[in-house]
Design a protein around this ligand. Structure first.
Ligand code: F6R
Length: 242
């Protein structure tokens, strides 16, 4: 794992956006894996500016998001569909035929997880996967204990994850209990991976990722044997690494 230390959230966002732009510049028909949450918001903002400025070719691009909450329709204000439309897809005018997320409101979510996994395979897999990291080490919604051989599946969210994400909902009870997420093996199949971390809140997770051994109790540690992982982290997120 390569670590790029940056000063702050803004620099992390700009560097990550450069990675995305570089990927698309060199391979316009790239398949990108995308994340939601607070961490990549700045990356998407910076990427939109770069894409407009450099006139990046986006018509052949395909994107697959990591996850979606169970039970939320694409129109639900807290769905990751909505998040992505607002933060990236609409500003760049990416069409719904090139941007994919799991359908959280599918009648049979287990079947939907299998369909989504198959769709990723059918598109030739992910070229560049963008990740955040949960304070408990989750990547996507793969919570501690998830098998490193897991494929896209339905995951029960830990209470700490639901609490961390409650800031986006009216009440914390509104945070769904389950989500469809790419599995660890799905993520590991990506040809390259960027993991972003910013702020004090992530420093223990980043320390574990960098310093501890690979184990299923800490999902992000799966990345340790991937040949092309770049961690882009700011000073605060790296402050506990010895
Ligand atoms: C989001 C995702 C999660 C987040 C993680 C960190 O699609 O898969 O793993 O990356 O929960 O969230 P933030 O960035 O809000 O701290």
């Amino acid at each position: 794992m390569r670590v790029i230390q940056v000063k702050d959230y803004q620099e992390m966002s700009d560097v990550a956006a450069d990675f995305l732009a570089g990927q698309i510049f060199h391979k316009p028909h790239s398949v990108l894996g995308l994340a939601t949450g607070g961490t990549p918001e700045g990356t998407y903002k910076s990427f939109i500016q770069k894409a407009r400025h450099k006139e990046l070719p986006l018509s052949e691009l395909t994107t697959f998001n990591l996850d979606e909450y169970e039970g939320l329709s694409p129109e639900h204000p807290n769905s990751y569909h909505m998040y992505m439309n607002e933060h990236l897809f609409q500003p760049l005018e990416l069409s719904s035929t090139q941007t994919y997320l799991p359908k959280g409101d599918a009648e049979n979510v287990e079947k939907e997880a299998r369909r989504y996994e198959q769709m990723i395979q059918d598109h030739g897999g992910i070229d560049l996967q963008l990740l955040g990291i949960g304070e408990n080490g989750h990547i996507g919604f793969n919570e501690p204990g998830t098998s490193f051989t897991s494929r896209t599946h339905v995951e029960h969210l830990k209470p700490t994850t639901r609490e961390a994400n409650a800031r986006y909902f009216e009440k914390k009870e509104d945070v769904p209990e389950r989500a469809i997420t790419m599995g660890i093996a799905t993520i590991m199949d990506s040809r390259s991976i960027i993991l972003l971390a910013s702020g004090d809140r992530k420093k223990q997770a980043v320390k574990k990722l960098v310093e501890e051994v690979r184990k299923e109790e800490f999902p992000a540690s799966s990345l340790k044997i991937h040949p092309y992982v770049t961690i882009i982290a700011d000073e605060a997120a790296l402050s506990a690494v010895s």
